[in-house]
Design a protein around this ligand. Structure first.
Ligand SMILES: Nc1ncnc2c1ncn2[C@@H]1O[C@H](COP(=O)(O)OP(=O)(O)OP(=O)(O)O)[C@@H](O)[C@H]1O
Ligand SMILES: [Mg+2]
Length: 307
């Protein structure tokens, strides 16, 4: 779909056939805050679909609805023809949905290899007795797990870090390990919450490369939240812009970035949001969204309510 659509229900109806995930009129209220307000969108199989929007727009809340961390106040989400919002949270991984977090979530005092093996946990279906006696099926599952983990290590070029403890790794490598941990679950749908946050320009380029590989080589559908418009433009098939919980526009990266409502929502002053990047301080997480010259900076990333 290349047409800009303001939210009037048309978005949900568009191209439903190939949709892996459909959000239908979802809303979430936290006390007096309507964090997500009547949002609808479809994520087509095989695409990279990106949510953009200023801080507090409701992007992570949409992820938390899909992950079943929150229940919608209204609306529903369908995934592969099933109502996802009726599923218990612990079923999400086994349905083929994996995610990375806005703030990295890894076992810091375990090695990279162990963190990736933990990512395989959802595939272990054997009972306690077969595990105790290390039966043939358990052995086979273990071999399969190692094979998958090695494939991910190879794909993400993590060989030299495999036996390193996560806590001692640079931030940029930890971001890639978290991506790897999610991939080890062999997801159909991968949710990436700000994959470039805290990364420098070179690491962000690498991240764009991994995301393209994940799409093309593994055939995984990606739903991403991202602030770095260079990355967004490079990897996204379609973009949905949110502001204050609502859909502002949906279309190609270029269409959305030049949409007047989107420009207004971000800064109110710039003519093009395509140059927005995260400002990175040393090894740590991002400090703020940097405004292009002449514009005032958008509100700092407070990670409010983010998981
Ligand atoms: N658990 C919660 N309790 C109360 N309010 C919440 C909760 N989670 C999110 N919010 C509020 O919902 C709104 C949307 O937050 P959300 O984290 O989804 O924004 P975001 O678009 O991901 O922003 P950012 O770019 O800063 O990560 C904010 O006003 C936030 O304060
Ligand atoms: Mg967020």
């Amino acid at each position: 779909m290349s047409q800009i659509q303001t939210h009037n229900g048309k978005a949900a109806a568009a191209a439903r056939d190939g949709a892996l995930l459909s959000a239908k009129n979802i809303s979430v209220r936290f006390g007096g805050v309507l964090a997500v307000n009547n949002v609808s969108f479809d994520v087509q199989r095989g695409e990279v679909f990106t949510l953009i929007g200023p801080n507090g727009a409701g992007k992570t809340t949409v992820f938390n609805l899909i992950s079943r961390i929150y229940n919608p106040t209204a609306g529903s989400i369908e995934y592969e023809g099933n109502v996802l919002t009726e599923q218990p949270p612990h079923r999400i991984a086994s349905l083929g949905i994996a995610r990375t977090f806005q703030n990295i979530e890894l076992f810091e005092h375990a090695t990279v290899l162990h963190n990736l093996m933990i990512g395989r946990h959802t595939h272990h279906r054997s009972g306690i007795w077969s595990q105790m006696f290390f039966t043939k099926s358990v052995r086979q599952a273990e071999i399969e797990a190692r094979r998958k983990v090695e494939q991910v290590i190879e794909l993400l070029d993590l060989q030299k870090h495999r036996d390193s403890f996560v806590a001692g790794l640079p931030y940029g490598v930890r971001k890639v390990v978290e991506l790897g941990r999610a991939l080890c679950t062999e997801p159909k749908l991968l949710l990436l919450d700000e994959p470039s946050s805290g990364l420098n320009v070179e690491e962000t380029d690498d991240m764009a490369f991994w995301i393209q590989d994940i799409k093309h080589e593994l055939g995984v559908t990606v739903l991403m939240v991202e602030h770095d418009m260079t990355l967004v433009s490079k990897v996204s098939d379609r973009v949905l812009a949110m502001n204050q919980g609502e859909v502002l526009a949906m279309g190609t990266p270029r269409e959305v970035q030049t949409h007047p409502g989107v420009i207004e929502a971000y800064l109110g002053t710039v003519e093009d949001v395509s140059s927005l990047r995260r400002e990175v301080s040393g090894d740590g997480p991002p400090l703020a969204t940097k405004a292009p010259s002449g514009g005032s900076a958008a509100a700092p990333a407070a990670n409010v309510g983010a998981r």
